[in-house]
Design a protein around this ligand. Structure first.
Ligand SMILES: [Zn+2]
Length: 156
């Protein structure tokens, strides 16, 4: 709901509830909260409110109680559960993309690099218990940069 729609909405509330009045602070809060929702959703809930509470003016928390914000709607439609094809763990797509994928890939690479260089089997869980900082240190130790890239870096 944008500012123009918000002003219209407040006028609409006042038309149904003449006693309805907001302080400056209250107006800011309503504006701030309602800006996160779709206008059509707010108007629909308000119509129901008029019908169900002809004598009680609407309350912000109750109007938005069962509504999803625009952001939540976006997240819910695209944030489905996926299974990581490296370790088989199930998680939300957003978690996977934001932080999990790189970490899982690193852990898997470390497992095979440590096995190759030390002949030791380190479990996934053991590495998964490490902070990213430790994993990066292990990466430096066990997965060195190819020599050609290292040379390039050292030139600058
Ligand atoms: Zn994984």
């Amino acid at each position: 709901m944008n500012i123009v729609e918000f002003d219209k909405f407040i006028e609409k509330i006042k038309a149904y509830y003449p006693m309805f009045k907001l302080t400056t602070e209250g107006t800011n809060e309503w504006k701030d909260v309602l800006s996160k929702y779709e206008t059509a959703d707010i108007l629909r809930v308000f119509s129901e409110w008029i019908y169900e509470h002809p004598d009680a003016q609407p309350k912000l928390q109750l109007l938005t109680k069962y509504l999803k914000t625009k952001e939540e709607k976006k997240t819910n439609s695209t944030d489905y559960l996926i299974r990581c094809d490296l370790c088989g763990k199930e998680m939300r797509l957003s978690v996977y993309e934001n932080s999990y994928r790189d970490r899982c890939l690193l852990i898997k690479s470390l497992q095979s690099a440590i096995k190759e260089k030390k002949g030791v089997d380190v479990s996934y869980e053991e590495l998964d218990g490490c902070t990213m900082e430790i994993l990066r240190k292990l990466e430096d130790k066990y997965i060195p940069m190819p020599k050609s890239l290292n040379d390039i870096l050292n030139k600058f």
